[in-house]
Design a protein around this ligand. Sequence first.
Ligand SMILES: Nc1ncnc2c1ncn2[C@@H]1O[C@H](COP(=O)(O)OP(=O)(O)OP(=O)(O)O)[C@@H](O)[C@H]1O
Length: 320
Amino acid sequence: MTFAETSGVGTAEAVPTPVLAAKTRGLRKLYRNTVAVDHVDLDVPEGAVLGMLGPNGSGKTTTIRLLLGLTTPTSGEIELFGARLPEAAAAVLPQVGALVEGPGFHPFLSGRDNLLRCAAAEPLLASKAIPGAVDEALERVGLADAANRRYRGYSLGMKQRMGLAAALLVPRRFVVLDEPTNGLDPAGTREVRAVIADLHAAGTTVLVSSHLLSEVEATCTHVAVLHQGTVVAQGELKDLLEASNAGLLVSTPEVTAAVDALRDNRIPARAVPDGLLVDLSASTAPEVVATLVRADVPVYEVRRQRTGLEDLFAQLTETT
Ligand SMILES: Nc1ncnc2c1ncn2[C@@H]1O[C@H](COP(=O)(O)OP(=O)(O)OP(=O)(O)O)[C@@H](O)[C@H]1O
């Protein structure tokens, strides 16, 4: 049933298309002879926390830099909130907060003074609101106590937090974080996760790149997997995990009889420590259960094997 049918509005208004915070089509970036990204069609739905995953050199940072207008595409289209870059850059980029590699902070200024300089360059921040915004951002990333120390003496983790604080100086519609937990200890990592969760709860769209698959699984609603400069899978995390689940675990004391009965019906299965693992690529869970019941095999438990994002990631990126 469509939106139009359920709401009673005319079909002319039809099904609502989801608003995209960011959209790219046919994005390509060449550095001399190196193809950094190619054919990148990325959708970042508004309100999502999208994890961008990919091995080293797969094009994550290049895609992020293109989205932020920090580099120009060789070809292809980029839209932020429906507005085309580079034409709409001045209008939309102030609504986008970013943590990207190598933020340019001044080594001899304190953390607070650096952020005061960043805040002064924010078009959406009134002068009188600057000191409060800086203190709030420092507090949010756990740097309030070190705010008056020189940036030069900060640890890698503290420098990373400074970048995050700069991204959070004003309320943003869209926050883009390139490897935000790089250099952070477990406590810092938890704090970054909490910041992402707060942003998500406030309705902010977040794009976060990470090589920590478990982290993406824990913090993201959506995922895009990059491999050799192109997007090889994207969508809601739960859908991608579902699609990667090809196995059914069956618990039974009669493993041999069960495997034989399934193989007689051309359903591949093999014994595993807790029973048998059935390959679902050519059948469905109800068919498997019905086959076993017809063969008088006692079935104690049936559950889907969860492969986890790590397995999905390996499946998608190990084929070259
Ligand atoms: N400024 C540049 N000049 C030349 N080549 C570049 C430049 N930036 C990126 N590349 C190349 O483009 C490809 C994609 O790099 P990119 O940094 O986007 O990948 P990544 O997925 O972010 O990698 P990592 O996880 O290692 O940061 C790589 O082959 C890289 O060497």
